[in-house]
Design a protein. Structure first.
Length: 163
């Protein structure tokens, strides 16, 4: 049984996407992790997203959101019950356990803000593409600019035989 995927045909057509295989590999391993807490990912506008997580029972102080190197990490840590009160549940359907949820962010996607409402944590994200990476028109002027640069570089360099 073959468990890996051969991406070599893609490398012939897609230049600079070699990290894609690593992202796909991470995604296949992520499926084996816990699905707690449940979450949604929404597309709000062309370059605006929102992650909504159901985290009933957690307060703002028990949550930590960190964005580092294209990875968003949301951690929930429940404080231990130090009040000496032992709770006896007839049915416990609300999971008040610690969690860590990681999201792989695309290039130039930044966290804009986060807020809690009705037991849901909302994290807003936006993709900001730098001007240098936006598409631009290339004029065709009939002459190679590379040839001019080569001629200028050879003229500006002094020859070694002038003694």
């Amino acid at each position: 049984m073959r468990t890996s995927t051969d991406f070599s045909p893609l490398y012939r057509s897609f230049i600079g996407f070699d990290h894609l295989a690593g992202l796909i590999e991470k995604a296949t391993h992520a499926d084996k992790k816990s699905s707690y807490p449940p979450y949604n990912v929404e597309l709000l506008a062309e370059d605006q997203y929102r992650i909504t997580m159901a985290i009933a029972g957690f307060s703002d102080e028990e949550l930590e959101i960190e964005s580092k190197q294209n990875t968003l990490v949301v951690t929930g840590t429940k404080a231990p019950n130090n009040k000496g009160l032992s709770r006896k549940f007839l049915h416990q359907g609300i999971a008040e356990r610690n969690f860590e949820r990681k999201f792989q962010l695309g290039d130039h996607v930044k966290v804009i803000g986060a807020f809690m409402e009705h037991g849901l944590l909302h994290i807003d994200l936006e993709r900001e593409i730098p001007e240098a990476l936006k598409p631009r028109k290339i004029a065709i002027n009939g002459k190679s600019l590379l040839q001019k640069r080569t001629v200028q570089n050879t003229v500006s360099q002094p020859s070694e035989n002038n003694s």
